[in-house]
Design a protein around this ligand. Structure first.
Ligand code: HEC
Length: 129
């Protein structure tokens, strides 16, 4: 009986440890998200803040609000993951136009921002649930 409880306890501890590790592995890289958030509001070297055209509160501006974009990004284009879609939306904005909006997003972010900066922006956008 005692031994049985010990085993249950060990199993429980293992389960908790595994859950904790799994959680860490799948959580977004916080430093990247913070850098992405800054880029979003400053535009970095492009000098064009994303906030010029995108709100986060659901109201449209020049572009669609990015509220919840992390959730819908994976459903925009068949076969494109959320992060691939967001990446493409930034470096090649004309590839997919959001219905009801014109092709007005600057095409230069992919040249002016570094690949790391684009990844940071994507990491940030993925947190917008
Ligand atoms: C001059 C205005 C403008 C700026 C600045 C701008 N965008 Fe956009 N963006 C748009 C417009 C218009 C659309 C909708 C048309 C399209 O899909 O390209 C759009 C679409 C998007 C989409 C697709 C949204 C969806 O719901 O599928 C993403 C993601 C996005 N922009 C991210 C960004 C990021 C990140 C930045 C800053 C690096 C940025 N935009 C800067 C105008 C802008």
């Amino acid at each position: 009986m005692r031994r049985g409880w010990m085993l249950v306890l060990v199993a429980l501890i293992l389960a908790i440890l595994l859950a904790a590790c799994g959680g860490e592995g799948s959580s977004p890289d916080n430093a990247a998200v913070t850098r992405g958030q800054q880029l979003f509001s400053t535009g970095g070297a492009s000098g064009i803040p994303c906030t010029t055209c995108h709100t986060l509160d659901g109201s449209p501006l020049v572009g669609p609000s990015l509220q919840g974009v992390g959730t819908r990004a994976g459903e925009r284009i068949d076969g494109l993951s959320a992060s691939d879609y967001l990446h493409e939306s930034i470096v090649s904005p004309s590839s997919y136009l959001v219905a009801g909006y014109s092709d007005l997003m600057p095409k230069t972010f992919g040249e002016v921002l570094s690949p790391d900066e684009i990844n940071d922006l994507v990491a940030y956008l993925l947190t917008l649930q």
